[in-house]
Structures are given as C-alpha cells and as structure tokens.
Design a binder for this molecule. Structure first.
Ligand SMILES: Cc1cc2nc3c(=O)[nH]c(=O)nc-3n(C[C@H](O)[C@H](O)[C@H](O)COP(=O)(O)OP(=O)(O)OC[C@H]3O[C@@H](n4cnc5c(N)ncnc54)[C@H](O)[C@@H]3O)c2cc1C
Length: 472
C-alpha cells in the first residue's frame, strides 16, 4: 500500500481520482488497485476554481485494505460483576460498545427517555416552553449528542478517531464521514445511528434502562465503589461504575462532591450564537461556486494579548435551538439536519473562561458563573415578553450599545425576543466580542450586517467541572 498526499482535483472532476493516482505513480490505470480516500478537504481560496485536496491509500490490484476492526480485541470470558455505566450519551454508549467487544455486557442507566419519547419532550419544549427536567435536549438516549449537529470533527489527535468513525458508519452514518475534512451526520441521521447502536448493544447482552436517574454512588467502608443508588432508592450492585453524565449533570456532581469524589473547576468558554443568512456566508466564502459546493462554512479566531474570541460548531443551513436543563435558565446551541437546508448559518462565538481567573477555590465556581449567566438570559427574555423565546439582539445594535432593536426572522423553533445582551453577558465577554467583531468583519465582509443576529447564551461548550482521575 502506498500513501499519496496533496492530490488536487477541480471539484467538478472528483470522479477522476483514479486517473490522477495512476498519473502521480506513473503507472497504467490497470496497475492501480483499490484507492481509499483517507482525507478530503476543500481549497476554495480561488473562488472561481475550487479544488478538493485528497490524501489516499493506494493498493496493489488484489490487495485487500485493512479495517479498524482488526484492532478490536477478541472477546474474553468475563467472570466479574456487570459494570454499570451512568449516562447514554456518546461517552456512555462508546464505553458500552467497547466493553461489548471485550465480551463484557453492561448495564447502561440513563435518566432521560428513549429516542421517540424524548423527541416528543423536546418538541413540547421548543414550541411551548414545557421543560421536562430529566428528558430534554441534553438528557436522554444519545445524550446531548442526539440533537447535536453530528459534526464529528475534533481538534485532538487520537488513535481512536478512525474507530469511532467506522462505528458510526456501521450503524448507518454516511461513509464519507471517514474522510471528509468536516464530517457531518446531521441531527436526523444521528437519531437512526443511535437507535441502531442501542439495538446492537442489546443483541450483545447489554441492558439499557431509561428514565432511571442515578442519585449517588454506593461506597463500602474503605470507599471502594459497590454500585449506585437510583432516584427511587433502589440499589444496583456493580464492581465498576463508569460515570459518563456529560456537562450538564449538575445535581449528580454536587452529590459526588459531598461523597468525597475528587472534583475540580475546569476552564470552559462562553458567549453567544451568531446567525446570518446562509446566502451571505456562501457569497463571501465561495462566490459563484456556492451552487456547486453546497452551504459554506467558516471558522474565525481573534487574539490580542490575553483577549481571545473564536467561532466553533458552525452550522451551515442549521437552526439555533434552546437546550437548557433548568426552568429558570436559557442555554442555546446549534444543530442542522443532514441536508443543511435552512436559510440560516449559525456559529458559536465564544470567549474562554479560565478557572484561575475566578476568585476562590470552590470546584463549582465556573459552574456558578455559567448558571448565573443562564439565569440572566432567562430573566431578560421574560422581561422582554418571551415565554420560551431566545434572548437576541442584532449584531449592529450590540456593537453600538444601542439596546433592544427589532429583530429579523431567526431559525430558532422557539422564536426570539429582542433584549440588550450587554445586560446578560459578563463584561469581559462583551468587551472581547466588541473588540473581535470588527476584525471578523474585515476578514469576512458582511459579518457585521443588518440581518446578523446574536442569541444567548452559549454556555455549555464543555463541562465547567472535571472529575479528577487517578493514573490507573
Ligand atoms: C444542540 C447541540 C448541538 C451540538 N452539536 C455538536 C456537534 O455538532 N459536534 C460535537 O462534537 N458536539 C456537539 N454538541 C455537543 C455534544 O453533544 C456533546 O459534547 C456530547 O454529547 C458529550 O457527550 P457525553 O456522552 O460526554 O455527554 P452527554 O451527551 O451530555 O450525555 C450524558 C448523559 O448522561 C445522562 N445523565 C446525567 N446525569 C445522570 C444521572 N444522574 N443518572 C443517569 N443519567 C444521567 C444525561 O441524561 C445524558 O443523556 C452539541 C450539543 C447540543 C446540545
């Protein structure tokens, strides 16, 4: 097998990849076996002639490519007690899958409902503001991952990435996620993928209990874990407990701290979601090629000394959605379906929050800040007359300090009400955004424009607490 990089092909001629490979190798086409695309990215710097840039593995005719499955471990005869996993989000589900490959069936406990029932809870929340505390956009089968956009790009390097992508494809995700630069499944696709992952686990002897909230760990006299206690008081024995409760399990984290589990404050990021008409982003990023290439994406960063602002989780053709877990707090995030077909483009626009900059040594000090801002966002929306609509402000009005201003239509299924976001966001976030936005506008003309809207608050970018792990 040979690996070739930097094969550049005009986007409309991608099907000629094998020809390009043969040409690069200087061999006839018949001497080229399977060509496996490892990575494909788009170079649209020249808007008139965008190219796809490929990295490929080229096999001899008859040579069979390996799969990530070969790295999986043959089942052993497990004689220990059944491990318990708390949380059926991506982390809990992948822990269960991996244990299943060792031949160790587990019990997965999830406080939220299974997918169908949960989808009804979410629809009621978005349309009517009726929040189910334990089954919502963040809680339930698939975790926050179920309503995630399904953008599977990560900024870390890990030998497990290929494995994760392969498993997504096994469960029905589009095969191109294995190699495109910004893989995307879409919220609609994720629902099918997660349902199949659940079926796969059950077929291997795992049990999934939904609407089952874990209240605390059961510890013996020498503080070894013996199992978990459920919200109804029932006890479940287990020699091993894997905690995968995600970034919003505030109640459980409080209890764990009381039980003496080591927890520390963790850096996170906070800000808003900015939304533009997708046509504007397409025009700026791709020019005339937009029709051919589909909705455009972007990524922007700004840094001056210790002031940093960056965009992430950009959702072309997506929605801004309400995803709070408490009745008196507003949290937002972005999602899109596989086709990315709405008229809007949104992205998180956030400022890092360092635990070291918040006075005190309370492990929950970052969480408390997060909670306070979410509550202010809720109060501002209520004061502006919104029952469940998202607090929002035109970007131009925010920059001018002009307070509330009439809003254009937004993508959110919950709607939006005009507020002054300066009254919601911490000062350091407001200052950083006001400094960075004009720079972003210079890089992407139109970023500051009439129809650009900011919605708040993008606060659950990652967990504000960390369960400290030992080395074993
Ligand atoms: C709308 C939206 C869009 C997103 N888009 C993306 C994206 O495009 N790409 C991306 O990488 N990330 C995205 N994210 C973030 C992503 O979903 C999370 O990073 C991911 O879900 C984290 O996985 P996790 O398994 O650690 O935790 P979670 O997904 O939060 O899952 C934790 C689970 O544990 C359960 N739980 C918590 N406490 C208990 C308890 N006491 N007892 C029983 N169960 C409990 C919860 O109910 C939950 O189901 C998005 C998130 C949202 C909300």
């Amino acid at each position: 097998m040979k690996r070739l990089t930097q094969i550049r092909l005009p986007v409309d001629r991608s099907h000629r990849l094998r020809d390009a490979v043969a040409k690069r190798l200087g061999v006839p086409l018949d001497d080229v076996g399977e060509v496996r695309v490892i990575k494909r990215s788009l170079d649209a710097r020249n808007k008139r002639r965008p190219v796809h840039v490929y990295t490929v593995e080229v096999y001899e005719p008859g040579e069979v490519p390996g799969t990530s499955r070969e790295t999986r471990i043959a089942p052993k005869n497990w004689k220990g007690s059944r491990p318990v996993i708390v949380g059926a989000g991506p982390a809990g589900l992948f822990a269960a899958l991996r244990l299943g490959e060792y031949g160790i069936p587990c019990l997965l406990l999830e406080q939220g409902a299974e997918i169908r029932k949960r989808s009804v809870h979410v629809a009621k929340f978005w349309k009517r503001g009726e929040l189910d505390r334990w089954s919502n956009v963040c809680f339930g089968e698939g975790g926050a991952g179920l309503f995630s956009d399904g953008k599977l790009n990560t900024r870390i390097r890990s030998p497990h990435i290929r494995y994760v992508l392969d498993r997504f494809v096994d469960f029905g995700a589009p095969p191109d996620i294995r190699y495109v630069n910004n893989p995307h499944v879409g919220s609609d696709g994720l629902r099918r993928v997660i349902r199949r992952a659940g079926d796969h686990l059950r077929a291997r002897g795992c049990e999934l209990w939904f609407e089952t909230r874990v209240e605390r760990l059961l510890l013996d006299g020498s503080r070894r874990v013996e199992g978990v206690q459920l919200a109804g008081g029932e006890e479940v024995e287990a020699g091993q407990v894997i905690l995968a409760p995600g970034h919003s399990a505030r109640l459980l984290y409080r209890t764990l701290l009381e039980q003496g589990v080591a927890i520390g404050a963790k850096d996170f990021a906070m800000g808003v979601r900015v939304e533009h008409p997708q046509v504007l982003i397409d025009r700026v990023r791709l020019g005339r090629s937009a029709e051919q290439l589909g909705p455009a994406e972007y990524r922007l960063t700004y840094q001056r000394d210790d002031v940093r602002v960056y965009t992430f989780c950009m959702c072309p053709g997506g929605y801004v959605v309400s995803c709070g877990t408490e009745p008196d707090g507003v949290v937002i995030n972005g999602m899109s379906n596989r086709r990315r077909s709405t008229r809007w483009a949104n992205a998180a626009l956030v400022v890092p929050v360092s635990a070291a900059d918040i006075p005190g040594d309370d492990p929950f000090r970052c969480l408390e800040l997060q909670r306070a801002v979410e509550r202010r966002a809720w109060e501002a929306a209520r004061a502006a007359g919104g029952r469940h609509a998202l607090p929002a402000q035109r970007l131009e009005a925010f920059l001018e300090g002009a307070g509330e201003a009439p809003l254009p239509r937004v993508s959110s299924p919950s709607g939006a009400v005009a507020v002054d976001l300066e009254e919601v966001l911490p000062d350091f976030v407001t200052r950083a955004l006001r400094e960075a936005l004009p720079v972003f506008d210079r890089r992407m003309r139109g970023f500051i424009s009439r129809d650009a809207v900011m919605m708040a608050v993008e606060s659950r970018t990652s967990s504000p607490v960390r369960l400290t792990r030992d080395r074993t």
